[in-house]
Ligand binder design. Structure first.
Ligand code: BGC
Length: 250
């Protein structure tokens, strides 16, 4: 079965049809730049552009970088705040001529894809996926079942919002070396999350997972296993497609 997934990010909105048997894109994904400011109408128009690029007319799953309950947006840390309270499923569905739209948090989508097709396949117990990017997203699983909207990127770390210290944006903004970022920022953040949840496994996602060898070996003193995500940039699209097909609770 094929469905369609769209990943809304702070810089790009990308999507493609998804093959649910293989957890892979059936065609090369199409990407448009996220409008600035990233308002609901502007972003919905871009999502429609991506979907229409493929002439898609079936169910569509869409990720959002904030808390999503039902299909209503509740927080918007890194996109325009006018999203808060908007029913994104209805808004985007209307732009797509009434196609059914499922909306979920971006890290939850990536986590669902990784648990089924990637680094978390078959893993029991508590597994936590953390996406390190502009912000920090989290997806918490217990025996493969997701606890949605956990928002562990906003834990307080020494008086700071954790994502302002340990995200890749913090690394870039402060021009931190891999060593400094890994040992003083990411390690401390993981230690804090481990203290709270004692997971068996951490999966590190986001674009930086491609460079895992630059920083994961530097992180010491964490009891849980730490591995990079495997689906990398496509995890969000695949997870969105799975949610659209009602396979998000696997
Ligand atoms: C948001 C999360 C999101 C994460 C990654 C955070 O700032 O609060 O909902 O998953 O960024 O985009």
């Amino acid at each position: 079965m094929n469905v369609f997934g769209v990943d809304i990010g702070g810089s790009g909105i990308k999507g493609a049809p998804v093959d649910l048997e293989r957890g892979a894109l059936t065609e090369e994904r199409h990407k448009v730049l996220t409008p600035q400011p990233a308002t609901p109408d502007g972003v919905a128009g871009c999502v429609a552009e991506v979907v229409e690029h493929f002439g898609w007319t079936g169910p569509v799953g869409v990720t959002f970088p904030g808390v999503v309950t039902g299909s209503t947006i509740r927080t918007a840390a890194n996109v325009d705040r006018s999203w808060i309270g908007v029913d994104a499923g209805t808004l985007i569905g209307a732009r797509l001529g009434g196609l059914p739209v499922t909306v979920l948090n971006d890290a939850d989508a990536a986590g669902i894809a990784e648990m089924t097709f990637g680094a978390g396949r078959g893993r029991k117990g508590t597994v936590i996926l953390l996406t390190l990017g502009t912000g920090i997203g989290s997806a918490v699983f217990v025996d493969g079942r997701l606890v949605p909207n956990t928002e562990l990127g906003h834990l307080e770390l020494k008086g700071h919002d954790a994502e302002t210290r340990a995200s890749t944006k913090a690394k870039e903004d402060e021009d931190l070396s891999w060593e400094h970022w890994a040992t003083r920022r990411v390690r401390k953040y993981l230690a804090h999350v481990e203290m709270l949840f004692s997971p068996e496994l951490f999966i590190i996602g986001g674009g930086v997972s491609r460079k895992a060898d630059r920083f994961l070996p530097l992180i010491e003193g964490i009891r849980a296993e730490i591995v990079p995500a495997e689906l990398q940039n496509n995890a969000g699209i695949v997870g969105a497609g799975m949610a659209a097909a009602g396979r998000a609770g696997a």
